[in-house]
Each structure stands twice: as C-alpha cells, then as structure tokens.
Design a protein around this ligand. Structure first.
Ligand SMILES: [Cu+2]
Length: 247
C-alpha cells in the first residue's frame, strides 16, 4: 500500500478503547461485505488552532457570486468548536488480503452547485459510476488530476449530467474546475467498501468487517495521513480516535 508522507509537521496521537459488539453502516455497501460483524469507529479531531476558513471571492463570475447572500468559506480545514474535523477519509488500507469486491452499480454524485463542488470530498469505488451534475446557470468543467488513473477534463454546460468512473484505487484525486479557480475538491477511489468520510461531527464508522488485523488510515487534504493497526474479533467494535496536531 502506498503511504503518503505529506504530514506538514503534524503528529498523530491515537486512543483506543473497546466497547460491546455494535453494528453500523460501512462506508461502502455493507451487504456485499465479507461479513463477520466487526466494526471500527471513532472520531477525527484537530488539536491546536486550525487555519480559519476564509471568504471566497466569486467576483470573477457574477453568476456565481449572486448565488450566495454571504460569501462561501474555504473548505480546506473544517472543524467545530471542539476541533472535530470534517472531510477526513478514514479507510482500511491493509488487512483485507486478496478479497475481491464487485463495484456497486448505483452511482455516486458530485454536484456543481453555487460554483462549489458538493460534496468537497467524495469517496467511491473502483469502476463505480460517478455522476457529475452542473446545477448552476454558468458553465463549469470537471478536471480530476489523478496520479495513477487516466486524467480527463470535461466541460459541463448548465444542466449537464456526465458519467465517468475510475479503474484504479487512488486516495485521493484532486479535482478542479478550470473556469473557476476557487473550485477544488477531492475524490477517493477504493477497491473495497470499508471507508468513510467524516461529517460535521468528525465521526466515522467502518462496519461489517471480517474479523482480522487491519491498518486503518486517515487522510486529510492539509494534514496528510495517519495510520494505526487494530485487531477486531467477530461481532466486536473498537473505537479509534485520530488526533492531528500542530507541532
Ligand atoms: Cu466552475
């Protein structure tokens, strides 16, 4: 497994505790998972003073600016008052052996709305359809910049819906719109269903894992990656809390 070392002076601390066997939803498609009822769940926090989100100027395209009564804020580092960190991809990076998982046929959607990529971070599966929608009255394009998948760049006039997919696992692919330089997002492509993207509460839940020993990785676009090994038994849930820190 390729490990990124872009850590920007961030240290990781990790706390583990064990709770009773509880089932939740896997980041992907639990129904196809190998089963075993093991879960790894927890939260991701940032400790310290994170960079404050800044207002984005959309003055270069007034049709974008008029979509917002107040300026939209940058989405690179999003924490709440407790430091719970949003848009972290948490996933199994090692331990599944040579298990194979068929890609879901149901598409995932990235929406260009208000001249922003929504969501900012999106995870999907290898060869899963990615629907790209332009809900704005202005033209966009969508231009992923992958390292191991094929690069493409597609224009999206208003009302467009395009479909693409990625054949190789890659975490994560920067995505931009060439027309609006502030538009930036990330796509993570997985060959298995055990991943999650943290929401406002910074939480993740990797459930329905087969019993085993896994490397769990957390990826954030600014803070880099952090990993930890964990062993879970059948119907066992373990909690992991990732904490990124300024040094
Ligand atoms: Cu755009």
């Amino acid at each position: 497994m390729k490990t990124r070392t872009r850590t920007l002076g961030i240290a990781l601390t990790l706390a583990i505790c064990v709770s009773g066997g509880q089932l939740g939803n896997a980041g992907g498609s639990p129904s196809e998972a190998a089963g075993g009822g093991a879960s790894v769940k927890g939260t991701v926090k940032f400790q310290g003073t994170p960079t404050r989100p800044k207002p984005i100027s959309m003055a270069a395209d007034l049709s974008c600016a008029k979509e917002h009564a107040t300026p939209v804020l940058t989405e690179e580092v999003m924490t709440d008052s407790r430091g719970l960190l949003q848009n972290v991809i948490v996933f199994v990076s090692e331990g599944l052996g040579d298990r194979k998982f068929d890609p879901p046929t149901q598409p995932v959607v990235i929406d260009q709305r208000g001249c922003m990529f929504q969501p900012h971070v999106l995870a999907l599966r290898v060869n899963q359809p990615l629907e790209m929608i332009n809900d704005d009255s202005t033209a966009h394009n969508i231009h992923p910049l992958p390292a191991s998948n094929r690069e493409w760049n597609k224009a999206e006039i208003p009302g467009t819906k395009l479909v693409e997919s990625f054949p190789r696992e890659e975490i994560a692919i920067p995505v931009k719109c060439n027309i609006h330089p502030w538009m930036r997002g990330y796509l993570a492509v997985f060959k298995h269903p055990y991943f999650a993207v943290t929401g406002r509460d910074g939480s993740f839940d990797l459930s329905n894992l087969p019993p085993g020993t896994y490397t769990i990785e957390a990826w954030h676009e600014k803070f880099g990656t952090a990993t930890q090994k964990i062993t879970v038994g059948a119907n066992e849930t373990k909690n992991i809390d990732f904490v990124f820190k300024s040094m």
